[in-house]
Design a protein around this ligand. Sequence first.
Ligand code: NAD
Length: 266
Amino acid sequence: MTGIVIVGASGRMGRALVEAVIETEGATLVGATVRPESTLSGTDAGELVGKGRMNARVVNSLDAFADRQPVVIDFTTIEATLQHLAWCVSNAVPCVIGTTGFSAQQEAVIQAASEAIPVVYAPNFSVGVNVVFDLLDRAARVFGDSVDIEVLEAHHRHKVDAPSGTALAMGRVVADALDRDLEKVAVYGREGQTGARPREQIGFVTVRAGDVVGEHTVLFAADGERVEITHKASSRRTFANGAVRAAIWASQQNAGLYSMRDVLGL
Ligand code: NAD
């Protein structure tokens, strides 16, 4: 049985994660945390998501769980995740990171932490998206330089980073398959007199609206035909279930930096 703590239990993903742990065989909800100033501290995590009392305390510091040696799952904010990651290193417990929007420097901090503990870090924990990564690699290698490639993504109005971590990961898969440097060929939105589109460009289009959970499409467009590979998430539970699966897997691993592809054995 893998003991799991969810940090940021009052968030959109935090609630889905608490539910997922409660409903996953082989996982036990040790407890959950909320921000230091939150009035939810002192409540029960099961009651927080309408599942009844689970004897899983909601507190405002991970320190309350140090003696339980749990796996920590963190879908919060960049600053909070880096603090929680440092706690995981100090307490020698695995960390599953779903937060997105880290800079290259911040990713180097995650990499350094993974020398001491198992870290699973993925921009998208859904099984479907990770299958799509494989399909994109295959499509890009077959089409080569014969098509224009664009990545389109849509998310709910509350999302704070753009393009999504998943869209960037999709762009990176395609760029790597084509031996292109994403930093050089990526274009984030277009306006005004842009001129004709160079073939090597990889364009990103971002939509933020309403309650869209997450949609991604990669276009491979030639003269006369177009292939679109699309993933649509209709529930946050798909990410939460994947993250809980990753936490159970991480509890069996040595220190290292892992992706969801490692968890799925892809
Ligand atoms: P949200 O704003 O609903 O939730 C974030 C929560 O973190 C809030 O409840 C906030 O109170 C809490 N928090 C912040 N600092 C904290 C601290 N120090 N201690 C405890 N809690 C703290 O956001 P969301 O929609 O749930 O998304 C969270 C993150 O997860 C974002 O970066 C988003 O892009 C990412 N995300 C990743 C995936 C994936 O599969 N990797 C899927 C969905 C969302």
